[in-house]
Design a protein around this ligand. Structure first.
Ligand code: C5P
Length: 209
């Protein structure tokens, strides 16, 4: 049996990570949050005081990224996500990380990969492709509540501005911009609970298998 691959793409704070983890458990697949690989590159540069706008330095950091385990806590900070979207515009960084992501997807029994370009570039032959969105206001509201729930502080307006800036950068870049694959199933979760989104995704996957 060829490995089963489920591609989940979408913008920042769309809920694709939570959804992907649940789908991996439901279907007995491995899960890879590809955003963490771009965050790891950004974090390595930030931690060593290196600039984020040097393509060669970023490529060297990308080669060193270890896919066997990411420190999600260190990588989850908002600033790291923003820095990740800056280093992710460099084609050599993308080539290096995409190769490693494809290696992950090839291992039986298969995997759920979530990111921005899984259905379009990383796994164009994925068995099922989902494109998860919600309005910027809804995504900012969810992120805001999450930060407050964890005891942090944040301004809703600042989060919304950040999400809109990241959307523009991820959709506007030349190499592998964020967009739905032609054969992706669109899932707009603006008016959906996590549970409803999960059930809708399962219905799409079951119908495709
Ligand atoms: O999904 P997450 O917010 O962790 O991703 C951080 C950044 O990494 C994104 O804003 C995007 O610029 C980049 N990224 C990417 N391709 C992916 C996953 C993430 O360019 N497949």
């Amino acid at each position: 049996h060829a490995p089963i691959v489920i591609a989940v793409d979408g913008p920042a704070a769309s809920g694709k990570g939570t959804l992907s983890r649940r789908l991996a458990t439901q279907y007995g697949l491995r899960h890879l949050d590809t955003g963490l690989s771009y965050r790891a590159v950004a974090q390595a540069l930030l931690a060593s005081g290196q600039p984020l706008d040097d393509e060669a330095l970023a490529a060297t950091a990308a080669r060193a990224v270890d896919f066997s385990g990411f420190d999600a806590a260190a990588l989850s900070a908002h600033e790291v996500g923003d820095a990740a979207s800056r280093v992710s515009v460099f084609p050599p960084v993308r080539r290096i990380l995409v190769d490693k992501q494809r290696d992950f997807a090839r291992v039986p029994p298969g995997a759920v990969l979530d990111g921005r370009d899984i259905g379009t570039v990383v796994c164009p032959d994925a068995d099922v492709k989902l494109y998860v969105t919600a309005s910027p206001a809804v995504r900012a509201g969810r992120r805001h509540r999450e930060i407050l729930r964890l005891g942090g502080q944040a301004e809703y307006e600042a989060i919304l501005a950040d999400i809109e800036r990241r959307d523009a950068r991820d959709m506007g870049r030349a190499d592998s911009p964020l967009r739905p694959a032609d054969d992706a199933h669109l899932l707009d979760t603006s008016q959906m609970s996590i549970e409803a989104a999960f059930l809708a995704a399962c219905a799409i996957i079951d119908a495709a298998r």
